[in-house]
Design a protein around this ligand. Sequence first.
Ligand code: SAH
Length: 208
Amino acid sequence: MNSNQELVNYLLGTGYASEKIAKAVMKIDRADFVPEQLKQNAYIDSPLPIGHGQTISAPGVVTFMTRLLDVQEGMTVLEVGAGSGYQAAVLAELVGEKGKVITIERVAELVERAKANCMRAGYKNIEFIHSDGTKGHPAKAPYERIIVTAAARSVPKALEEQLAEGGKLVIPVGSSYRQDLLLIQKLKGELQVEKTMPVVFVPLIGEE
Ligand code: SAH
């Protein structure tokens, strides 16, 4: 695949991308979120290295997670693992100007890179936080939606607590080489956990 249009057509073909998500992905050029020397690979459905041992997730995975998260206009979404900022930009497009994305990243240089990438793409509704995302971001909790884009050994307690009633949390949980992507919903204070598909993410490194 050599263009964003081809990538979007492919994502629609997988069945993971709704029309709404496809439209969002179409507006955001993935080439702007990958290192210069990898731009020719930007439209392939594969993760790519972004430095510091980290990766931008494969577009198919971004789409699948975004679909599970069920983001609506005007919502506030918390992301743990800003990386390149690509997933944050997709979420920012979906929540719109009245909504907000708060994204946490532990590597300082990646915070700056993600910020620059998202600014260049025109998103002003994203707040970037340099911190340990396993603790969430209590200042603005609770959140209607939380997405974790790094592999957790278990679901961090802080994220469970900061999830709003009726809220949804999407998180890969498992070992360092294979995880189950979980969709967790908080209903009447209880967490309902649904296993979706197996995934491979870089590790979530934090205190919890
Ligand atoms: N969503 C990103 C991909 C993330 S890769 C994108 O669209 O490009 C996972 C990211 O999680 C890495 O950048 C890594 O540094 C970060 N990370 C790992 N543990 C973390 C933690 N405890 N808090 C915040 N970020 C973390």
